[in-house]
Write a protein that binds this ligand. Structure first.
Ligand code: ZN
Length: 481
């Protein structure tokens, strides 16, 4: 076959990704890595219509076309292999793997392939794209090339995460994303900052718009034997926190429906200050349903601290009690999953979360894959790691602002004094983890650091893939129980 012919003739100049090999309609397709980086090779009498190539070679009775891994060529590949297009996840248990570098998907495929969790390999938030200088197209294409490289054909989702405005939403829809996570946090009110009088006045304003008191007051629910009822005070508070936010979600939903018809829709109120109580959860669902918003996922703000890049901080027993209530509510209303954000490294909560939800869940991770990548740098290029570390220190105070973390810089070690072989061990320190976690944008904005970081990962590709895959697998195993 053409793979063997290729290896016989180009074995020295190119490394072949054998798992990427696919055939269709007389063409063979596979990825190789050579001096010019990763290249798509197509073997056939000609190239499929629309594909561009930069060189061709005839060897052993075969013609090989060397093609750039660009968007246009990928679009043609997607026509030949529809499994390279993201699809809806629906209500299957699922797991999102954000990749800020755009080269990590092969590792994610290895961690999730054959598991019971449906993967969402393309997942990035608007904030991450701003900081990494990437676009929706970059995110989706990079993940898809990774899927192609590993020869994965079982389907994956693409999540436009934490979208706040219609422009970003429509842009992601046009690029072919299959899942949209709406973040209405700019419209969420923070109760702790309001006096009773202010709360009453604001509620009056809402009632002028719509008499929701007539819908909810006195409405009762029984959840796991506990009686919940809307009264004047808790209805007021629920409306203050969520009424405008849900109106915003509704507006975004209508805009998306104009654009595409089949998609997963997630509503995320996870980055609010107040934890979502069971009654607040009910209010959000009732309001979304009343407005006709069909959503597949709901991300709540759970009790306890959900900091980036480290395990859960809080009372596990309390979390377990709460998640049981929330899961029961989601079963009561049916038709959506509970979504868990900041899922990176939350090992201690996974067993309770998975068992309470009974598989009706989605989990998102992103930063932890970046952390593992930088950990690989600390193993293979200590000096480069120290530079990254210093860059992180320089930008930490600015970069941390929009992230929920508690790292204390006075507790991080002086990296110059740490021996080379002890550098990977720094990733067990939660302060170091968060320091590296939130500063990815600054590190990747430094062109020289970025280039050397990518180069080091490329040169140690298998170690990089295996390190990330092993770490993500730890998440997956705990969620599968
Ligand atoms: Zn989130």
């Amino acid at each position: 076959m053409s793979l063997k012919v290729f290896k016989d003739h180009f074995g020295r100049g190119y490394e072949v990704y054998e798992s990427s090999y696919r055939k269709k309609e007389g063409f063979s397709f596979f990825l190789v890595k050579g001096e010019e980086g990763k290249v798509l090779v197509i073997s056939g009498e000609k190239v499929p219509e629309g594909v561009s190539f930069f060189k061709k070679h005839q060897m052993g009775g075969k013609t090989f076309f060397f093609c750039e891994r660009n968007h246009e060529n990928l679009e043609i590949l997607r026509k030949y292999f529809p499994d390279l297009k993201p699809t809806r996840v629906g209500l299957k248990a699922s797991f999102g793997t954000g990749d800020r570098l755009g080269i990590t998907t092969p590792a994610h495929v290895r961690a999730l392939r054959g598991s019971g969790l449906f993967p969402v390999f393309a997942q990035q938030s608007v904030r991450e794209n701003e900081r990494t200088g990437r676009t929706w197209r970059d995110v989706l294409d990079d993940a898809t090339w990774g899927v192609f490289q590993e020869g994965y054909t079982e389907g994956f989702g693409a999540d436009a995460d934490h979208v706040k405005n219609p422009e970003d939403l429509v842009a992601a829809a046009k690029e072919g994303f299959s899942m949209f996570t709406i973040d209405p946090s700019d419209h969420v009110r923070n109760l702790s900052k309001l006096s009773e009088r202010e709360k009453n006045e604001m509620f009056e304003e809402i009632l002028k718009k719509e008499r929701i008191d007539r819908i909810y007051l006195g409405k009762k629910y029984t959840v796991l034997g506990e009686r919940l009822e809307f009264d004047e005070k808790n209805l007021r508070d629920a409306a203050l926190v969520y009424y405008d936010a849900i109106a915003h979600v509704d507006m975004m939903y209508q805009i998306l429906k104009e654009e595409i018809s089949d998609f997963d829709f997630e509503v995320s109120v996870d980055e609010t200050e107040t934890p979502t109580s069971p009654l607040f959860h009910i209010f959000v669902v009732e309001e979304l349903r009343r407005r006709g918003v069909e959503f597949t996922n709901l991300a709540l703000r759970f009790i306890g601290e959900w900091e980036k890049g480290i395990d859960y901080k809080g009372d596990l027993g309390l979390f377990e009690k709460e998640i049981k209530m929330h899961a029961e509510i989601s079963r009561m209303f049916e038709g959506y999953k509970i979504s868990l954000h900041s899922g990176s490294d939350k090992f201690s909560v996974y067993p309770a979360f998975a068992s309470a939800t009974g598989g009706l869940f989605h989990v998102k991770t992103a930063g932890t894959s970046y952390l593992e990548a930088v950990k690989v740098i600390s193993m293979v290029n200590p000096e480069l790691f120290r530079e990254i570390y210093r860059c992180a220190l320089d930008h930490f105070e600015e970069d941390r602002k929009s992230y929920h973390i508690s790292a204390d810089l006075s507790k991080v070690p002086e990296v110059e004094k740490v021996k080379d072989e002890d550098l990977p061990g720094l990733f067990e320190d939660i302060n170091v983890r968060q320091l590296i976690h939130v500063t990815y944008g600054s590190v990747l904005k430094d062109a020289s650091l970025k280039e050397r970081l990518f180069e080091a990962l490329e040169q140690n590709e298998e170690l990089f893939y295996e390190t990330v895959a092993k770490h993500i697998k730890r998440h997956v195993d705990l969620l599968e129980g």
